[in-house]
Ligand binder design. Structure first.
Ligand code: BJW
Length: 305
């Protein structure tokens, strides 16, 4: 499934060899061959939901049970998944090239688990495994938490449904079907009814013991972590950039997508790795760009070898 222009590969390798300051903008396609669904497009996580009905603070305030179930499922899937050769190749580049920074939009923890040095990895959209108190007036509690499920009520997809209801029978049959295929229930399937989990059974802050915890990810309308933005700005301001690799992202979400144009303004050439040639870098194609079509898990190790 790899359509690669060998002339392009040679010129890419030649340019990489001369490069000392390189960015990589990473998206969900990087983790696709680890078995984690992307967000948009066919098979995407949000195919049956409006993104804004889940990945916003308003959605969490309106229905924390729905939103926590979505994230509990995502935490579980990410923990089952393994980093793929592309995560390892990027981690290796980070160890070899002091002027390399990966700007990851992924919250799945696979780059850290591939031993990507943290000082070369900016988690633009946070992590599924950071949780923090929702109290706005200053509890300030946060922790890294890999417990799966994070609370017992988020364990069983059918819990909370009246066991005699049609909903429960449908959920049960979907679950049996999924289990027969060796899979967990697919929560993004609209045919899978979600139980309602009582708010008091959701993760509660252990410090204030009052407010809910929330996933430490960046939702629409929220600012990206200040320290992360500062780190990226410092890198950009430190000098010319030789190249930005744009890997497995639809480049539709800002400010992340905008880093391609920022890098261009510092002289960078652009290399896109994507299954879909319609997913252009923000600002469009320019003379001298590389496009490698196919699976990032195959292409990235070839590009970085
Ligand atoms: C493969 C493959 C394989 C498949 N190999 N490839 C400027 C203009 C317009 C709007 C804005 C703007 N600036 C800010 C905004 C508002 C908003 C925004 O961007 N909206 C747009 C959608 C229009 N941005 C924000 O709100 C951001 N905050 C912010 O800017 O604060 C200040 C501010 C607020 C309000 C107004 C103005 C300023 C925050 C954005 C947070 C995004 N959060 C999410 C959810 C995180 C939690 C979670 O995971 O649930 O982050 S949204 C979701 O999209 C997630 C992802 O990180 C992000 C990007 O998705 P990604 O990774 O690109 O995935 P896909 O599915 O879209 O694409 C996958 C790609 O892989 C495809 O191309 C496939 O072809 C490819 N692929 N398999 C290689 N094997």
């Amino acid at each position: 499934n790899v359509a690669i222009n060998t002339k392009g590969l040679a010129s890419f390798h030649e340019h990489l060899k001369k490069s000392t300051r390189v960015l990589a903008l990473l998206g969900a396609g990087l983790s696709a061959s680890s078995g984690l669904p992307t967000f948009r497009g066919a098979g995407g996580l949000w195919r049956t939901h409006d993104a804004t009905s889940i990945a916003t603070p308003e959605a969490f305030n309106a229905d924390p049970s729905l939103v926590w179930q979505f994230y509990s499922y995502r935490r579980h899937s990410a923990l089952q998944a393994q980093p793929n050769p592309a995560h390892f190749a990027l981690a290796e580049l980070a160890r070899k090239m002091p002027g390399f920074q990966a700007l990851s939009q992924n919250v799945d923890g696979l780059s850290p688990r591939a031993d990507h040095p943290p000082e070369h990895l900016q988690l633009l959209h946070g992590s599924l495994f950071d949780v923090r108190c929702t109290d706005r007036r200053g509890c300030g509690y946060s922790e890294t938490n890999f417990t799966d499920p994070i609370v017992p009520a988020l364990a069983i997809p059918t819990s909370g449904i009246d066991p005699s209801s049609d909903e429960a029978r449908q959920a049960q049959s979907n679950q049996v079907h999924a289990k027969q295929q060796g899979k967990d229930l697919d929560i993004s399937d609209i045919n899978v009814p979600l139980p309602s989990v009582a708010t008091h059974d959701l993760p509660i802050c252990p410090k204030c013991q009052k407010h809910l915890l929330r996933p430490g990810v960046v939702w629409f309308g929220e600012s990206l972590p200040k320290q992360v933005l500062d780190n990226v700005d410092d890198f950009v301001e430190a000098g010319a950039i030789d190249m930005i690799m744009v890997i497995g992202t639809s480049a539709k979400v800002y400010p992340a997508a905008g880093y391609t144009e920022v890098a261009r303004s510092k002289g960078a050439r652009v290399c896109v790795v994507n299954m879909d040639e319609n997913d252009r870098p923000a600002g469009g194609w320019q003379e001298g760009d590389w496009f490698f079509k196919g699976d990032a898990a195959v292409l990235v190790p070839m590009l970085l070898e």
